[in-house]
Design a protein around this ligand. Structure first.
Ligand SMILES: [Fe+2]
Length: 390
């Protein structure tokens, strides 16, 4: 037996012993006729409804709430569907996954994929995207030594996202370099382009040639370091997540500036969601001088923790490999290499994090993870179990 009470702005409905309230505008807005069947976009315009929208009648019939509106429109809602929304339950999202922290010894267990495999198998791209969401880094091996290979790989996640360097950039030693990356000098740990309002999300670095002596690649899971800082030095963590730090990049034709916190927090849950860290692109800090007494110890402690071998992963990137990492989570750098000892050429580009998450949602839904139950549970059936991935 269902009881319905029509009130001024909404109706109360008893569902399985619980009284659930639904706003009239919300109900009308989400009538199943509001959506275009093909595009799944809302075609109904709630702004065109009268201010005093109300139902003439509402009743439950065969597990559906049926509403007749004052303008004669009829809506039908499954009770099971309504039950989900009355407490304000958030949308589920396959791409919201728990980040797995890693330390300096991660190289041996770093997720690895083969170029040909990810070009041919969508399930492999789903696994790669999952590794990116969980670990923030993965290695693609077997890359062809061509200009196009990098773009083809990036497009498995989404469209290439240009930066002020263009659609792609080449890193090698050259005369009159516009930044340190184009020399053989060491590159301190950093994230790319915090001077841009929206710093690039996912970075791809395709090693085309590496015959040089030295030039080891350095990577750190900065989320792991930021969380350690939060535990050990909570006051430093607060400072680095609150102060808006000025970053700047200038050339003859560009003057790119943005203010970013060193540690980014997820507004939904307050957890660390990324970092912005680049001493090359940090502008003169413009806080009141007394605040420098607080800021510099925090900034220096965090920077030194990033360099700590406990967290720092060091390895040689070989020709034919492409390292792919979350530029907001993974700080990267390079040891110096000996000029003239051999050629070293990396080609890079970026894709937004939103593109990665979108690709993951689509591909993981199409290619769910199959988990085989333990042997003793297979006595009754040999069928694999589809894992709950939401
Ligand atoms: Fe970089």
């Amino acid at each position: 037996m269902f009881e319905i009470a029509l009130q001024d702005n909404g109706l109360e409905l008893s569902i399985q012993g619980e009284v659930a309230y639904f706003n009239y505008f919300w109900l009308r807005d989400n009538c199943e006729t509001s959506w275009d069947i093909v595009t799944q976009e809302r075609t109904f315009d709630i702004l065109s409804e009268a201010d005093d929208l109300y139902p003439v009648s509402a009743e439950v019939d065969d597990d559906f709430l049926e509403v007749l509106w004052c303008d004669g429109h009829q809506s039908r809602y499954a009770l099971q569907w309504l039950k989900r929304w009355h407490k304000g339950e958030k949308h589920g999202d396959l791409a919201v996954r728990t980040r797995k922290s890693w330390h300096g010894d991660h190289y041996a267990s770093m997720a690895r994929f083969n170029y040909t495999e990810v070009m041919l198998a969508a399930s492999s791209v789903a696994d790669w995207a999952e590794a990116m969401l969980d670990d923030g880094i993965a290695l693609i091996q077997g890359m062809p030594n061509s200009e196009e290979a990098l773009q083809s790989l990036c497009e498995k996640f989404g469209v290439v996202r240009p930066s002020f360097s263009g659609y792609a950039f080449d890193v090698y030693s050259k005369a009159n370099p516009e930044n340190l990356a184009y020399t053989s000098k060491a590159l301190e740990l950093h994230t790319d382009l915090p001077a841009e309002e929206l710093a690039p999300g996912i970075q791809f670095l395709h090693c085309r040639t590496n015959d040089a002596e030295g030039g080891q690649s350095l990577f750190v899971d900065a989320n792991a370091v930021a969380n350690a800082l939060k535990q050990q030095y909570p006051q430093y963590f607060t400072i680095l997540s609150e102060y808006q730090v000025p970053f700047r990049y200038t050339t003859k034709h560009q003057d790119v500036r943005a203010k970013q916190p060193i540690i980014e927090l997820d507004p939904n849950n307050g957890e660390v969601s990324g970092i912005n860290f680049s001493q090359h692109l940090a502008d003169i800090f413009d806080f009141p001088q007394r605040d420098m007494d607080l800021f510099y110890p925090a900034f220096r402690k965090f920077g030194k923790m990033l360099q700590d071998p406990t967290y720092l992963m060091t390895f040689r990137l070989n020709a034919g490999e492409c390292i792919v990492f979350d530029n907001h989570r993974i700080a990267h750098g390079r040891a110096s290499y000996m000029e003239g000892s051999g050629a070293r050429h990396l080609r890079g580009c970026y894709v937004d994090r939103g593109e990665l998450r979108s690709t993951y949602r689509v591909l993981r839904a199409q290619h769910p993870v199959v988990v085989c139950p333990p042997a003793w549970e297979q006595l009754d059936t040999d069928a694999p179990v589809l894992a709950q991935v939401s």
